[in-house]
Design a protein around this ligand. Structure first.
Ligand code: HEM
Length: 420
């Protein structure tokens, strides 16, 4: 489609967004997406995407989509109605479509109810001492590296490791398996990109095979040695739901264990590294927090608002509808841009100012029935890490900005060099 004008605050030129998307994925856009989000918002609240569908830039419109019952996640039924159905047939994509995040009610409601509130206050309190002990040990390693080399990489030493240790402990996964899990997680995620290339899909496909082999083996092994861990409880539950159909129970268990593991790793790692990046690049901020530990939770919320670990999420319209004045036909996809929404000046004034005490609004954990199940755990990890780090390393600071993987959907920081 070519440019034909403007309807109710949105451009109709589907190509207008292409250079912005390219820039968002580039090194420049990864390092500083804020001006690109502003430019996208300047195109409108609801911006046509080159392949059909729309990007949504405003806080209220994104919020409306995430919470509205007339917006659904793109599930198998939606994929089958697409003219480009083949695009969705890749094994890595199919694997993701079976998970909680791509199920709609009533199936989604049943599965989510079966899980309950995974990280309620009691569970988080019980996990706290172990997570704190992991933090201490990882910070000991950081200390050793800083003493030996004068510089260390926060991502590989702490940021990537705390989430896998936390979730690994919770699921009683042997520590020796963590490097393998991190490795296939980093590669599998390509399938969740907006428009993955052929080679990205191939990498993701291979990682998916490894992931399936790994979690299938883990579940079989646990079934043979049931204990009092979460995974054993899930096995008992799903075996009870499918008596005499081991394959069906195993499929449920695989979808669940695989998805919760991969949903929790890169996202939390990005939060932890971002927290260190934003809070230590300005010594005055770190000093302020050391003197005001009661502001730690607000600081973490500001990090989450400022740079969400997931850039984008998709829904489709269940019926013909109107979004921010733009008519949207049934089955059309909309891409919620979490970062653009969080930096909408109508919701968070002076949005590009990083302000620990802002108490602003954000959509970083999504909203509505799909609201992130692990938000409490991610926040706890960040809190325990920062509390120790600020006390133990009063002069810690980055030696350069972070480096990023070039991604549109899941943000990933590959390195953050720090010194004292
Ligand atoms: C900073 C870290 C994290 C961020 C930014 C994050 C973000 C998100 C987002 C944006 C969604 C989709 C919400 C929607 O569609 O409206 C989501 C869903 C989900 N997250 Fe997280 N997440 C994080 C950590 C975790 C952790 C630690 C776990 C588990 C241990 C987890 C498990 C899940 C699950 C299971 C879902 C699917 C929920 C559903 O579809 O019903 N996440 N998360």
């Amino acid at each position: 489609m070519t440019a034909v004008g403007v309807i109710r605050g949105t451009t109709t030129d589907r190509r207008a967004v292409i250079p912005l998307l390219r820039r968002l994925r580039s090194d420049e856009g990864q390092a500083n997406p804020l001006p690109i989000w502003d430019e996208l918002r300047a195109l409108g609240e609801v911006v046509p995407a080159p392949w059909g569908g729309y990007f949504v830039t405003g806080f209220d419109a994104c919020n409306q989509i995430l919470r509205g019952r007339n917006w659904l996640v793109p599930d198998f039924a939606w994929q089958q109605r697409r003219p480009d159905m083949a695009r969705w047939q890749e094994p890595a994509t199919q694997e993701m479509t079976r998970t909680l995040s791509r199920l709609n009610p009533p199936e989604h409601t049943l599965r989510r109810r079966a899980l309950g509130n995974l990280f309620d206050r009691g569970t988080l309190d019980a996990m706290r001492p172990r997570i704190a002990a992991h933090v201490t040990e990882l910070l000991d390693r950081l200390d050793l590296q800083l003493r030996a080399h004068g510089e260390a990489d926060f991502v590989t030493t702490v940021g990537d490791r705390l989430p896998v240790r936390t979730v690994g402990d919770w699921l009683a996964i042997p520590a020796g398996h963590y490097p393998h899990i991190l490795d296939f997680t980093h590669r599998q995620v390509h399938a969740q990109e907006l428009i993955p290339t052929k080679s990205e899909l191939a990498v993701s496909g291979q990682a998916t095979l490894e992931m399936r082999a790994y979690f299938t083996g883990l579940i079989a092994d646990r079934r043979a040695h049931l204990g009092d861990d979460v995974l054993s409880d899930w096995i008992r539950y799903w075996d009870g739901q499918y008596p005499g159909d081991r394959a069906a129970a195993d499929q449920m268990l695989y979808d669940l264990t695989m998805f919760i593991t991969i949903a929790s790793l890169e996202t939390t790692a990005t939060l932890l590294t971002n927290a260190v990046w934003f809070l230590t690049q300005d010594p005055a901020r770190a000093d302020w927090l050391r003197g005001h530990p009661e502001d730690l939770d607000d600081a973490i919320e500001e990090v989450l608002r400022y740079d969400p670990p997931i850039h984008l999420n998709s829904r489709f319209a269940a019926d013909d509808t109107i979004l921010a004045g733009v008519p949207i036909a049934k089955d059309t996809t909309v891409h919620v841009l979490y970062g653009a929404a969080n930096h909408d000046p109508r919701r968070n004034p002076d949005p590009h100012l990083f302000d620990i005490r802002r108490r602003g609004a954000h959509l970083t954990f999504g909203g509505g029935v799909h609201y992130c199940l692990g938000s409490g755990l991610a926040r706890l990890e960040a809190r325990l890490l920062l509390a120790q780090l600020l006390e133990r390393f009063p002069t810690l600071r980055p030696t350069a900005g972070p480096t990023y993987a070039n991604r549109m959907v899941f943000r990933r920081i590959t390195s953050l060099k720090v010194t004292t």
